[in-house]
Design a binder for this molecule. Structure first.
Ligand code: 4GN
Length: 222
């Protein structure tokens, strides 16, 4: 998969996507990631990307010209163009799975108070939000989407981990898990898990997942 990102802060992307599983995927050619500076598509001396809203109001908006030129030069017919903003539809695991089927993504991140609405209307195929909070710019949301999508690409994770996602999509949170030592500073691993009785362990895990979900995410339960 190819992912292009349009941002005012390309330096923010160095680091998080240069480590571990994502970097390995990039080196293996499974993910072709390209970060672009929106100011490269301005033509004035000050590299202006923003302007004041018609009708008044606080703050500045991203003006259409640089973003239209950038998207027109970066996107092909098959590219899915996605805006990151708090007004988007809420990103989740099922949207990550949908996006992982695409060939090319172009993530457009904003800054200031928002985008000129024509950007959304004429350029974007989708508008996504990673959650109900406002950040100073869309770089972190773009990295969240990239990470969530990239780990679903074939070959990026071992098979071990793909079944793990199934349990999340099954609608319950994870049951608690333990590793050695069986007694750490007096905190003991539940006897059940040391019993070797796999049917009982399965039952215990289902109950624990149910309890955990009831406590932390009752909205996930029917
Ligand atoms: C996205 C962008 C939060 C999200 C953002 C989110 C930059 N904050 N919840 N900040 O996914 C208006 C236009 C603020 C750009 C945006």
């Amino acid at each position: 998969m190819k992912i292009d990102v349009l941002t005012l802060f390309p330096a923010m992307f160095a680091g998080p996507l240069d480590e571990s599983i994502i970097m390995r995927a990039r080196k293996a050619g499974l993910l072709d990631l390209n970060i672009h500076n929106l100011r490269d598509w301005t033509h004035d001396r000050h590299k202006t990307v923003d302007d004041r809203p018609f009708g008044g109001g606080p703050g500045m908006l991203l003006k259409p010209e640089p973003i239209f030129e950038a998207v027109e030069s970066l996107a092909r017919a098959e590219t899915k163009v996605i805006l990151l903003s708090p007004s988007g539809r809420k990103f989740d695991q099922s949207i990550a799975r949908e996006l992982a089927q695409e060939k090319d993504l172009l993530l457009v991140t904003g800054h200031y108070e928002g985008f000129d609405a024509r950007i959304r209307e004429a350029l974007a195929d989708d508008e996504l939000s990673i959650g109900d909070y406002v950040l100073t710019n869309g770089a972190l949301p773009a990295m969240v989407v990239i990470d969530a999508v990239a780990r679903l690409l074939p070959g990026v994770l071992g098979d071990d981990n793909s079944s793990h996602d199934e349990s999340f999509s099954a609608g319950l949170l994870e049951y608690p898990q333990y590793t050695r030592p069986a007694d750490f500073r007096g905190m003991k691993v539940p006897d059940m898990l040391l019993s070797g009785n796999h049917a009982e362990i399965e039952k215990w895990r289902r109950e624990q997942a149910q309890l955990k979900t009831q406590t932390n995410r009752p909205d996930l339960l029917p």
